[in-house]
Write a protein that binds this ligand. Structure first.
Ligand code: MG
Length: 230
């Protein structure tokens, strides 16, 4: 079956996510030191991270909107310190802009450049990376986010939204992502074919990927394999 649409996860598929988030949290913390010193004098960045984690565990409904989750955890801090909330939106904006500063894996740009002439391409993410601000929009026709859909991968609503927007059948689409469950199991259940980008060389025998690769230099070959299979 010919492939019409390639769908790419963003975080940890096109760039490493952890350094991006660490940079954004450090930038936010430096900003807070200036603007809400009462908080940074009381809590280290590590303690704030732990508080945020606790807060999110208590509010699982925020999992599908990580921007709102970030704002809500800042408002929670505000409440603990009996502060006004007027610093929250500027603080979020500092975090959000810093979160868009990504360093693509070296193998990603050449692969996407070459695939762009052969396939339609879109991106799909549970996170709050912006394809314009991260500089990857030139490769993608559109982006689907958990925030728009109101559900997060591996929920089928995410893949339905993607396929509907592209106007292609699941059998004509291939999902490329790093996460065995969110990307691979989710897309596979939606009827898509899947390429698991296993950069960490994880052992995941349960991962239902059609093809597994260790970086994007193998992606063109993986797609040829998939097209030949069916
Ligand atoms: Mg990912």
């Amino acid at each position: 079956m010919a492939i019409k649409l390639l769908c790419f996860d963003l975080d940890d598929t096109l760039w490493p996510c952890l350094p991006t988030i660490m940079h954004a949290e450090n930038t936010l913390y430096a900003w807070m030191r200036q603007h809400v010193p009462a908080i940074t004098q009381r809590y280290s960045i590590t303690e704030l991270r732990a508080l945020r984690k606790q807060f999110l565990q208590a509010h699982p409904d925020l999992q599908t909107n990580l921007s709102e989750a970030r704002r809500a955890s800042l408002r929670d801090l505000s409440r603990r310190f009996a502060l006004d909330n007027d610093w929250v939106e500027p603080a979020f904006e500092v975090f959000y802009q810093a979160r868009q500063v990504v360093t693509l894996f070296d193998d990603v740009p050449p692969a996407l450049d070459s695939l762009q002439s052969r396939f339609r391409m879109a991106s799909i993410s549970n996170g709050n990376a912006d394809i314009e601000l991260t500089g990857v929009a030139r490769w993608f026709e559109f982006h689907v986010s958990a925030e728009q859909v109101g559900q997060a991968k591996p929920h089928p609503a995410m893949f339905d939204a993607l396929l509907r927007q592209a106007g292609v059948d699941a059998s004509q689409a291939v999902m490329v992502g790093d996460h065995p469950e969110h990307d691979i199991a989710g897309a596979s259940q939606a009827g898509m074919r899947t390429v698991w980008v296993n950069r960490q060389r994880l052992d995941a025998p349960q991962c239902p990927a059609d093809v597994e690769i260790i970086d994007f230099s193998y992606l063109p070959d993986a797609l040829r394999q998939l097209e030949a299979k069916a």
